[in-house]
Design a protein around this ligand. Structure first.
Ligand code: BG6
Length: 471
């Protein structure tokens, strides 16, 4: 049986980590354009303006903006059925709150989608992939402000109408739950200030994102019946560290915190767990009349998620275990190996997660990120021998097949992360690569941007050709 015939094989990217051209053709800065580079031991710093002389890795990223034809040809050569990308909000609305869109920005994505369609590649668009316009962060405190709902809605109206004949699959917010892992700036463009608690800012901003997402979904359902609207969950999936009941309870609590986001977007209301969580975190949500209805009327059609690792939940707080590039402080799982950036490698956890999500929501699933961040070497023969990446992906795809074939999970597709090398979101490094195509660029911004097919390129091409039969 294997994967369904129409299974969507492909790869994923995000405008801020890939496009570059941060200030070309009328584009305004996003919060990532003012974010410094970091490393596994040093967190990225988010400035509120562009500091003269400071190096910002996302400014040029890996220059998809000027290489899109070449890059999409590589994707087509691998046989991609789908390509996940985001539309940089500040390319369309440079400040985010502008009245009129920037035509040059709109034209760029027309060109990109036309190029995809030429090869029969379906675009899968993330409407907001962490790249809120910097002006909205500075002027309104980002998603903490309810005003962003309207700005986002205007952005959706424009891009839905413009690309209605080119794009069918949409994700409203990238990794919507990641706003609640300690730093609401990256996902919510909001700072913790005015004596507010981090939880108050985070969950209020998340409420505004739920409303914005629901309104976008409703707009799509009412006006564009062919659209398929998805949510996107950051794959923070937990194991209890031991069978000690305190670990078990912590595990359940951490899980509920992730499901909070799925519950809101799939079921459309604050259930008992959600209310309990808010109470425990001391959050008093500012809700307006009509919000309940908006949430109920804007539930998504499918659930997409990223999957990189599993995390051990421990009843003891261990902040010293937190790595700069990872989301959460967690004790090491002794049964699993880890990547150079400390992420556990756990293919079987993916089967657990696919089943868990499908069982809870009974909506089609889509894995829209997965992959191995590793240092690749361009060898003297002009090749990149990344058998470690092949091994990683192979083990995850095998498990996906088991979940589909043996467990009956409804899985729409798979887009591995960073299919052409791009900048890391967590650390801003270039040397943490995920792609099938190597890009000549280093951590200081040096390099020719020349593209080279890695060994994994040929391997993935064969996987797609055989619809996942031959790994
Ligand atoms: C996901 C994000 O969290 O993980 C991507 O949606 C990101 O934007 C990816 O790039 C991998 O993380 P990192 O930090 O290695 O780039």
């Amino acid at each position: 049986m294997g994967f369904p015939k129409n299974f969507l094989w492909g790869g994923a990217s995000a405008a801020n980590q890939y496009e570059g051209a941060w200030n070309e053709d009328g584009k305004g800065p996003s919060i990532f354009d003012a974010s410094t580079a970091g490393s596994v031991s040093q967190t990225r710093v988010y400035h509120d303006h562009i500091v003269e002389g400071q190096y910002y890795p996302n400014h040029n990223a890996t220059d998809f903006y000027h290489h899109y034809k070449e890059d999409i040809a590589y994707l087509a050569e691998m046989g991609f059925k789908v390509f996940r990308l985001s539309i940089a909000w500040s390319r369309i609305f440079p400040h985010g709150d502008d009245e009129e869109p920037n035509e040059a920005g709109l034209r760029f994505y027309d060109n990109v989608f036309d190029e995809c369609i030429k090869y029969g590649i379906e675009p899968l668009v993330t409407i907001l992939h962490y790249e809120t316009p910097l002006h909205l962060a500075n002027e309104y405190n980002g998603w903490y402000s309810r005003k962003l709902i309207d700005f986002y809605y205007r952005f959706c109206e424009v891009i839905f109408e413009r690309y209605k004949n080119k794009v069918k699959y949409w994700l409203t917010f990238n990794e919507i739950n990641c706003i609640a892992i300690g730093n609401p700036y990256m996902a919510g463009a909001c700072r913790v200030k005015d004596g507010l608690s981090v939880n108050q800012v985070t969950f209020q901003a998340a409420h505004h994102q739920f409303l914005a997402s629901a309104k976008a979904v409703k707009l799509a359902h009412d006006k564009y019946p062919d659209f398929r609207m998805g949510m996107m969950l950051g794959g923070l999936f937990f194991y209890p560290n031991t069978c000690n009941p305190v670990d078990m309870l912590r595990f359940q609590e951490m899980n509920y915190q992730q499901f909070y986001f799925c519950d809101l977007q799939c079921r459309g209301y604050y259930n008992n767990h959600a209310k309990a969580l808010l109470k425990k975190k001391g959050v008093s949500l500012q809700v307006e009349p009509g919000d309940d209805e908006i949430l109920r009327n804007g539930t998504v059609d499918f659930i997409s998620f990223s999957y990189y690792m599993t995390i051990n939940a421990s009843g003891e707080e261990r902040p010293e275990l937190k790595l700069a590039g990872s989301a959460i402080a967690s004790p090491k799982n002794p049964y699993l190996e880890a990547t150079d950036w400390g992420m556990s490698i756990d293919p079987q956890g993916l089967r657990y997660m696919l089943n868990e999500l499908y069982d809870r929501y009974q909506k089609p699933l889509f894995i829209v990120e997965n992959g191995l961040g590793a240092v690749d070497e361009l060898t003297e023969d002009g090749k990149v021998h990344d058998n470690y990446r092949i091994d990683y992906l192979k083990r995850h795809i095998e498990v996906m097949r088991e979940a589909v074939e043996e467990d009956g999970v409804d899985l729409m597709g798979y887009t591995s992360w960073g299919c052409i090398d791009c900048i890391s979101a967590g650390t801003g490094e270039m040397k943490k690569r995920y792609g099938f195509v190597y890009v000549d660029r280093d951590d200081l911004g040096n390099g020719t941007m020349k593209r080279t097919r890695k060994d994994s390129f040929y391997w993935y091409k064969h996987v797609i050709e055989t619809n996942g039969e031959e790994l």
